[in-house]
Design a protein around this ligand. Structure first.
Ligand code: SAM
Length: 636
């Protein structure tokens, strides 16, 4: 879905019923939207009975609209004593409403007021792509795919127990009911999946039938005589559900990557043993005073930009979940100004809303920062800076009893056992044992024989600490070739050098470089004092994207040209190579990995998850080896 420009819905009503002029149809039955949701979509899928006592239950909806079906489902789930432990709701929507319109629309159903308020509090910015919203302390998870069904459906990675098919009438909205769309629902269907819809169109029944669904007409809602209920019963073998897993993981590394992993797993009821060689969290790459949170734009909205946008938006939501930036941990959501004249085109053509990014011309930049001569900049109002160690503390606190800390312990070996993995120290003593191990220790991960082939490198970064009073006061974080933050503990961070050596000492040459870059973003900065700072090492991969997921087994041959053909090390996962963007990548990557481990719907498009797969380099090497001439990494 690159470069997709989202067209939000335009609010209109006919006889008090929400109406879409573009499609010439109403959003729900004139006989009652909430009652229709309960009769057609819930009862049509055997709900609430079918989710009783389950660990998780996943519903997929085509056409989120006002979210009435979602709110009715959430309400039924809440009121049910035998509800599943978690409810996943994945919905596709091409024309989402703004939160302001939804407030007005939902006002028609006072009984939904509290749920609507919670949903709208978390309502995403209207940009194309997937958005994950956690409600009921993460027990109700809404994944919204904003885009056309033809683009979104192939990108969903989920196993659906129930489908709500709720496009506008097939005659008015044929794209939603296209045979190729309906037939391919089977890719996502759990072995006992069901589907329901208000239409009994012969073409819809035929396409569902072709996909392996047995359709049955049932009494319809209101003035509609019939509706459709369908059961997935293909004549061919279906994929089986992932079996129950023992929810215990060892996380190695208590930086931002490891701390977010602990928090995401503990929130799902996992026991996590966190092993760290230092006596406290965030002592290496995550030890900087300030990390910056902002996305990155590109003219063609490439994979990196889409990933960083999804990660950034998820990160900002994480801050709220943890209790708020500047409250639960140190930082400020002060906005980030990115001096990037090239980005003007991207802001204009991709049509991003102003609550995501605003273009500022040179005059506006000067008015905000006092920096003259700028050709313009992107302003990300939700961006800001965070003290990573403080964020790590907040994340680890949020784990509660699920977390066991084993600090000042260094893992020297990983050993596969019948039950999973044992991790040992240099004396051979077992530090912990669990079915799952997550390596979140940057380039040190390559010190184990099993993972030494991972293509990670360390890049030195020296940050200069400038006392706030030595710099002009700025209301925002300012980035360009270099960056300067607002004060953290009285110090503005100016950075950062990018060096290919392993010198751990501060050096004047790196300070000088940083100050030269500072001059570029803030010409009136004039710093003439002795300087302090910090040296850290970024862990990077060859394509500068993180590694998130199951680690490849380099001792076995790659069996084919797809990612699934790369053999993996069972139970061994990685969260690494966040480069200079740990604050942005970490929460999102941890959520992605936790979703994979639990067999939940993935929070992003399949192609984006694949771009982070740690096996991509092994596959690229396989393709380069000549087995498949003409293919390269961008085809992965
Ligand atoms: N289920 C919704 C509810 O509970 O409020 C009502 C859905 S309304 C009948 C149909 C929805 O399908 C509209 O919101 C519309 O924007 C969306 N839609 C129409 N064509 C689409 C397409 N090609 N891809 C994705 N969504 C589409």
């Amino acid at each position: 879905m690159p470069g997709h420009r989202l067209q939000p819905a335009v609010l209109s009503t006919v006889n008090g019923i929400p109406y879409a002029d573009a499609y010439g149809d109403v959003y729900h039955s004139a006989d009652g939207g909430l009652e229709q949701a309960r009769h057609v979509f819930l009862a049509g899928n055997g709900l609430p009975e079918r989710w009783a006592d389950r660990h998780g239950f996943t519903i997929m909806e085509t056409g989120f609209g006002l979210g009435l079906n979602f709110l009715a489902t959430w309400q039924a789930w809440r009121n049910d004593r035998r509800r599943s432990a978690r409810l996943h709701y994945v919905a596709i929507e091409k024309h989402p409403f703004s939160a302001r319109d939804l407030v007005q629309l939902h006002a028609l159903w006072p009984e939904l007021a509290s749920l609507s308020a919670q949903l709208l509090q978390a309502w995403p910015v209207l940009v194309a792509g997937f958005h994950r919203i956690e409600l009921e302390e993460g027990r109700v998870v809404l994944t919204l795919a904003f885009g056309d069904i033809a683009d979104c459906l192939p990108q969903i990675d989920a196993v659906a127990d129930a489908f709500y098919l709720d496009g506008f009438a097939p005659s008015k909205n044929p794209d939603m009911w296209a045979p190729q769309v309906l037939v391919r629902l089977n890719r996502l269907a759990a072995p006992d999946a069901t589907a329901a819809t208000y239409t009994v169109s012969a073409a819809v029944r035929q396409a569902l039938g072709q996909g392996g669904f047995l359709c049955e007409k049932r009494p319809g809602f209101g003035r509609k005589r019939d509706m459709l209920a369908a059961r997935y019963a293909p004549r061919w073998q279906t994929t089986t559900r992932q079996g129950a897993i023992e929810r215990h993981a060892i996380v190695i590394g208590a930086g931002i990557a490891g701390s977010t992993a602990c928090e995401r797993l503990a929130a799902r009821g996992w026991q996590v043993t966190l092993i760290e060689r230092h006596d406290r969290p965030a002592q290496e790459a995550s030890g900087n005073l300030a990390g910056i949170a902002m996305p990155l734009l590109s003219k063609d909205d490439n994979i990196s930009s889409r990933l960083l946008r999804a990660a950034f938006l998820y990160t900002v939501r994480t801050w709220d979940r943890l209790g708020g930036i500047g409250r639960a941990f140190a930082g400020e959501s002060c906005g980030v100004l990115h001096l990037a004249p090239d980005a003007a085109h991207a802001v204009a053509t991709l049509g991003f809303p102003e609550d995501f990014v605003r273009w500022m011309d040179g005059c506006a930049v000067e008015a905000l920062t006092g920096a003259s001569g700028s050709e313009g900049a992107c302003f990300f109002p939700r961006g800001g800076w965070v003290t990573p160690s403080s964020l790590c503390d907040a994340l680890l606190r949020a784990c509660g009893d699920g977390l066991q800390r084993r600090f000042s312990k260094e893992v020297a070996a990983l050993e596969r056992t019948a039950a999973g993995w044992q991790v040992r120290d240099s004396c051979g003593d077992v530090l912990a044992e669990a079915p799952v191990v997550i390596l979140a220790n940057g380039t040190i991960a390559t010190s184990f024989p099993q993972t030494q082939a991972l293509p990670l490198s360390a890049i030195r970064g020296q940050v200069t600490h400038v006392p706030a009073e030595a710099l002009p006061a700025l209301p925002v974080v300012l980035c360009g070739e270099g960056y300067v933050t607002r004060p953290a503990n009285g110090m503005c961070c100016v950075g950062a050098s990018y060096d290919f050596d392993s010198d751990t000492e501060l050096r004047q040459a790196s300070h000088d470089e940083n100050l030269a870059r500072l001059k570029q973003v803030l010409p009136r900065a004039d710093v003439n004092i002795a300087l302090a700072g910090r040296v850290g090492f970024r862990c990077v991969s060859p394509d500068r994207l993180p590694l998130v997921g199951a680690l490849p087994n380099a001792s076995l041959p790659v069996a084919g040209s797809r990612l699934r053909d790369v053999p993996r090390l069972p139970g061994l996962y990685g969260l690494m190579a966040y480069g200079s963007r740990g604050i942005v990548w970490a929460p999102f990557a941890a959520e992605l990995l936790a979703s994979m481990l639990e067999g939940e719907p993935l929070p992003i498009e399949r192609e984006l998850a694949e771009a982070l797969d740690p096996a991509r380099f092994a596959l690229k090497a396989y393709r380069r080896s000549g087995t498949e001439p003409g293919q390269d990494a961008k085809d992965l």
